[in-house]
Structures are given as structure tokens and as C-alpha cells.
Ligand binder design. Structure first.
Ligand code: AMP
Length: 279
């Protein structure tokens, strides 16, 4: 596995040919990332190049959030990538990615207003800017993103469409712990009690899913159900629970085909997100 940290070294790399498939991450790698790497290999083929980027992107953290304390386990991430048979690990420093006088950003202005955009102003601008840069630096033929960050995936697809990036965006399903909690680098912030209570998120989303299957059409009834379930966890503080159109991310009044039930919930300072596509 090649480990590169500069843009110049990536540009001058040689790879055997075949497709390059990129998995952008912020590190602290877990089984969710492993699934993305597996999907990347499937698309790259044996002779292709699977590239993982690890970059804790300062631009997508709001002031006062967890940028400084975001986990950066360099050695174990490196071993993780080697074990997963990654071909290229790109791990730049912020100074390599951002000139001090940078003055160009990429901003998606519609999908970014919904869901997480309401409580994380500037977040998706930071995401789009760094992902566009990674696409330019690594020139992948495809890139893999997780459905756990459903809004991010939708925004990246929109960016690729609207700015004519020449690559395929591939999505991978959410990987969960046995008790249903979605893997996240932030789960390690949870106390034992918060971790226990966090299982309510998946159970609440599944209850919503079942209610839809049983014929519920009212979005408000669904959101109320999910909120009431989460309220049973005393350490949970709801940021939002929303039922949206999975294409436009606009809030819906009625459950229709292609609806997404999405939530963000805080346990202490740890903000967890999850979602489910409704039947
Ligand atoms: P992150 O390192 O948290 O920025 O995530 C990097 C990529 O991994 C994003 O495309 C995420 O959607 C994806 N990802 C994170 N957690 C999971 C998970 N539990 N299952 C599947 N994909 C995930």
C-alpha cells in the first residue's frame, strides 16, 4: 500500500491501469468504512486501484464543534487500510489542502438547507469543497459514499451532476452494530449509559417503517411516533426528526413512495444521525 500526503505525489503516481475508486473518509475507520472499501474493490476489480483518503476537514466543522478532539488514530487506520488491501492511502495535512488565502468554495444551495443543514450552517459547503478537491487530486473513475450520511450522498450526486464531474457515485448501505446502532467514528465519545440508550434510534426508525407498512399515511403521526420513542431515552436530545422526499429532501405531509425518515439526536455533546427509506 502506498501512503501519500502531498498532492504532487498523488499526481505523479503510477498505477497499473484499470479503474480508480475512491473512498473519502475522516479516518477512525470502522466496519462501515470497511464495507465502502469492499464495494470500491468490487468496482475497481483486482487490477484497479482502491484509494482511501483520510482527512479531518476543518472546513466542515462549525466553530465550537469537535474538530480538535475528532479521533485521529493514525497507526491503526494505516493497519486497517493495509488489512483491507487498499492500494493507496492519501493522508494530507490541512496545510496541503488549503492555502491560507483560499477564496473558492463550492456551495449547494437547495438540498443543503434541509435536515442537518439547519443546525450545521456551512457544513455541506465544507463537504462539497473538500470532496471536489479530492476528485480533482485523485481523478477517480468512481467514489463510494455511505447511505448513513444520506443528505451528504444526495448533495455529492447533485454536485457531480451540476458541475459535470466525470465519475460515478456509488452508494453503500449503512453498516450497524448487532444492536442496530450505526457504526460511526463518533460512537466512541458515548458513555456506557449513552451507548445503551442510543439503540433507541434504530428501534424508533424501525417502528416508523412498520407503521408505514401497516398503512399509516400521515407524516406527522410518523414523526410523533419516532419522537415519543426517543423521548423514552432520558439522555437523548432530539435535534430533528423529519420525513422527507428522498430526492428533494423537502419535508412531506404524507408518506408517499420514495420517502425518507431521518433524524439527528444528541447524547451529551455527541450528535448521532440515522435514517431509513420507507416502503
Ligand atoms: P466519515 O469518515 O464519517 O466522514 O465517513 C466516510 C464515509 O463512510 C461516508 O461516505 C459515510 O457515509 C460512510 N460511513 C460512515 N459510517 C458508515 C456506516 N455505519 N455504514 C456505511 N457507511 C458509513
Amino acid at each position: 500500500m502506498k501512503i501519500l500526503s502531498t498532492v504532487a505525489s498523488v499526481h505523479s503516481r503510477k498505477h497499473a491501469g484499470g479503474r480508480c475508486v475512491l473512498v473519502p473518509t475522516m479516518g477512525a475507520l470502522h466496519k462501515g468504512h470497511l464495507e465502502l472499501i469492499r464495494v470500491a474493490r468490487e468496482h475497481a476489480g483486482r487490477n484497479g486501484e482502491v484509494a482511501v483518503s483520510i482527512f479531518v476537514n476543518p472546513l466542515q466543522f462549525e466553530p465550537g464543534s469537535d474538530f480538535e478532539k475528532y479521533p485521529r488514530p493514525e497507526k491503526s487506520d494505516e493497519d486497517f487500510c493495509r488489512d483491507a488491501e487498499v492500494d493507496l492511502l492519501f493522508r494530507p495535512l490541512p496545510s496541503e489542502m488549503y492555502a491560507e488565502d483560499r477564496s473558492i468554495y463550492i456551495e449547494e444551495v437547495s438540498l443543503s438547507e434541509a435536515l442537518c443543514g439547519r443546525s450545521r450552517p456551512g457544513h455541506f459547503r465544507g463537504v462539497c469543497t473538500v470532496v471536489a478537491k479530492l476528485f480533482n487530486i485523485l481523478s477517480p473513475d468512481a467514489a463510494v459514499f455511505g447511505e448513513k450520511d444520506f443528505q451528504q450522498l444526495a448533495i455529492i450526486r447533485r454536485m457531480v451532476r451540476d458541475l459535470n464531474f466525470k465519475l460515478d457515485i456509488i452508494s453503500a448501505p449503512t453498516v450497524r452494530e448487532e444492536d442496530g446502532l450505526a457504526y460511526s467514528s463518533r460512537n466512541q465519545y458515548l458513555s456506557v449509559e449513552e451507548r445503551k440508550q442510543a439503540t433507541i434510534l434504530r428501534r424508533a426508525l424501525l417502528a416508523g417503517f412498520d407503521r408505514t407498512k401497516a398503512g399509516e399515511k400521515s407524516a406527522k403521526a410518523m414523526v410523533d411516533l419516532v419522537r415519543e420513542m426517543i423521548a423514552q431515552a432520558p439522555l437523548a436530545r432530539i435535534d430533528y426528526v423529519d420525513l422527507v422526499d428522498a430526492e428533494t429532501l423537502q419535508t412531506r405531509d404524507m408518506v408517499e413512495p420514495n420517502s425518507l425518515l431521518a433524524l439527528a439526536v444528541l447524547f451529551g455533546k455527541t450528535r448521532l444521525i440515522d435514517n431509513i427509506q420507507l416502503p
